[in-house]
Design a protein around this ligand. Sequence first.
Ligand SMILES: [Zn+2]
Length: 353
Amino acid sequence: MNADALTFLKNLMKQPSPSGFEVPAQKVIRERLRLFADRVTGDVHGNLIGALNEKAKTKVMLAGHVDEIGLMITHVDDKGFIFFSAIGGWDAPVAVGQHVCITTAKGPVYGVIGRKPVHLLDQAEREKGVKLEDLWIDIGARNKADALKAVAVGDSVVITPDFIELKNELVSSRAFDDRVGAWVVTEALGALRRRKLNVAVYAVATVQEEIGLRGAITSAYHLKPDIGIAVDVGFTSDYPGADPKKVGDTALGKGPILHQGANINPVLGKLLCDTARRKKIKFQMQAEPRGTGTDANAIQLARGGCAAALVSVPSRYIHSPVEVVSLRDLDATVALVAETVAALTARENFIPS
Ligand SMILES: [Zn+2]
């Protein structure tokens, strides 16, 4: 991966963005999009849109969601302990023992998610497992009034950013779901900016995917794309206990995951596969028998329908503080998305026949 692209990724991972429209995260993407796009705009919902070759009639929307799962403060008790609800889908046990960063009006406030020491858990408590509502955040406050000097009900919380490099070009962080998608569509716009294009391209950093594909719904409605490609993280079966019968035989480092099923326009799906083969980009295939839980679903269903596809970056431990992806897969995903868009003639007929 080139140094600028890696710096962009690292900067992006530092920004808490549980709704998607937090200003620092938007700023990092906006600055990068400005290098590549003819025009960068934001919409009222918070989606960021980088446009290229807007004069072309056929429109392609590339979407990666910039929001991440998080927590939201619901209550502060008399002792100053902070209780919360989930923003998006959490696996409660992974929250225990984490450092967290609360976004407040006055800047970040740090805390920890505590739990009773294992020595003091009785048998019933051990067997019950952990639920989010049993957990709390400790910011070191003396009491409720002291806590409320620092935080407010409604403030959002993420796992404290911590990007690390593992062996073999693997990297780990919270929120690769789906900051890597926003990264891919931005970098794909960069790869396309000096190419001859037959289509207009809109790279969209969508908001609020984790709570119902909300930014893709508004941005796809607004942009009216003919073709839409969502980039998200995809499940792998390359770690202990993972089941290839559920997610296919997929692994890190083996290239982007393409999908077959109702959410994928067959003509666009074939174009992605053909492009990968022609450009010698390794890819993996995953079955998706129904609508995917990704922006590809909202884009496909926008207005009268759109030729949609999903391209996934293989990822381990999705929705945990230690999601893992491969930098090589990230580069390959950019190449596949960009080459597929560059190959569009605008004369394709996406009506299945
Ligand atoms: Zn997610």
